[in-house]
Design a binder for this molecule. Structure first.
Ligand code: AGP
Length: 372
């Protein structure tokens, strides 16, 4: 009913709007006043966590994209090697696991059969399993050694939005917590990032306030056949997520690429007026990547692409090459997906509406896939 949708036309719109609260709720009670993390609910002891020599993340769909982003954070802050694998592929390739592997299963519903089978396989090999889940008491957390719940609240729309952002928050918390427990040379950075994380909900709110031009742009693209997405570093999984949203909701051909791969093939797809969404890394910090992606934007634009550029406020280098510019607040590099994903959700939702599609119940899809 309209009341259930809180005055919005679709659950998806309501859930997009709830993201600042979902993010804040997922952080609530997990950062103590001194700025350290208190993840007491992770019932794997600090001594066990210090023994871990490998992290393996398993998930499907949007949750898999959260896992891809988590890998950057985990490896950077903990120096523990981290693999990310589609849960549906995992157990069929005889993965190398033992008692020192920490397997993280990410699932909104907690009922996804592929993810459940992957975690059962991991436990059979003696690995510890930590679930990141949005549904209290569901099967995946019940069968795991520990669980970190995301506090997104119920997500009704089939296309995941607020659950994804909270999965990212939970992944950052786990990465920072592992760093904190094990002690790394990034101690100061970890402290600073914990502070940045506590401000991120306001940044997400600011992004939501500036989405009208994104909607207007989406409506002009309703007749297109293809939209491409490019990103680098953590922006690469964001590009994959932007493409998945568009497939699910707008039923359009959409693909995400790592921008550095363009020249190895995908650049052949660039032709006159094809929309290409580019997620630009911050010009601060890892500026090498920023400059490389600006060259990519120049290259594709020279070949006729219509460039839709998502870039940090104050990044002037992209301005001459952006047919459409979407601004996001400056964040630390690893946290950028929390703000960069939001315009892509709004974009896909508006395109779906413009194409007359059912936003909350896309064809052929189910909210939770309980078959293998
Ligand atoms: C997200 O938009 C999709 N509906 C889908 O990819 C989903 O993320 C995937 O099926 C995993 O679901 P889960 O998080 O409930 O395990």
């Amino acid at each position: 009913s309209a009341a259930e949708k809180g005055g919005y036309d679709y659950f998806m719109l309501k859930e997009i709007a709830e993201q600042p609260k979902a993010v804040a709720d997922t952080l609530l009670g997990r950062i103590d006043p001194s700025g350290s993390l208190t993840l007491d609910e992770v019932r794997i002891s600090p001594s066990e966590l210090r023994e871990i020599d490998k992290v393996v993340i398993v998930a499907c769909g949007t949750a898999f994209h959260a896992g891809l982003i988590a890998k950057y954070a985990i490896e950077h802050w903990t120096r523990i090697p981290c693999e990310v694998e589609l849960a549906s592929e995992f157990r069929y390739r005889d993965p190398i696991l033992d008692g020192r592997s920490l397997v993280i299963a990410i699932s909104q519903s907690g009922e996804t059969m592929d993810t459940l089978m992957a975690l059962r396989h991991a436990r059979e090999q003696g690995s510890k399993v930590l679930a990141i889940c949005n549904t209290n008491g569901s099967t995946i957390p019940r069968e795991s050694d520990a669980v970190l719940y995301t506090h997104a609240g119920p997500e009704v729309a089939v296309a995941s939005t607020k659950a994804f952002l909270t999965q990212l928050v939970a992944c950052y918390l786990v990465a920072l917590y592992l760093g904190q427990v094990r002690g790394t040379k990034w101690g100061d950075e970890i402290q600073a990032v914990i502070k940045d994380l506590s401000r991120i909900s306001e940044e997400v709110e600011r992004v939501l306030e500036t989405m009208e031009p994104v909607r207007a742009l989406a409506r002009t693209l309703a007749g297109k056949d293809t939209v491409l997405f490019l990103g680098r570093h953590v922006g690469y999984p964001v590009a994959l997520e932007g493409a998945l949203k568009l497939k699910e909701l707008a039923y359009m051909h959409a693909e995400g690429f790592a921008a550095g791969e363009l020249k190895h093939g995908p650049i052949a797809l660039i032709e006159e007026d094809v929309p290409v969404v580019v997620v630009v890394p911050s010009p601060r910090g890892r500026s090498v990547l920023h400059d490389k992606i600006v060259s990519n934007i120049q290259e594709i634009r020279a070949r006729g692409a219509r460039t839709i550029v998502i870039a940090e406020e104050g990044d002037e280098a992209v301005v001459p090459y952006a047919d459409h510019l979407i601004r996001i607040p400056a964040t630390p590099t690893l946290l950028q997906p929390l703000v960069a994903t939001v315009p892509l959700q709004v974009f896909a939702c508006e395109l779906a509406t413009a194409r007359g599609n059912e936003v909350d119940q896309p064809r052929n899809l189910a909210k939770s896939v309980t078959v293998e």
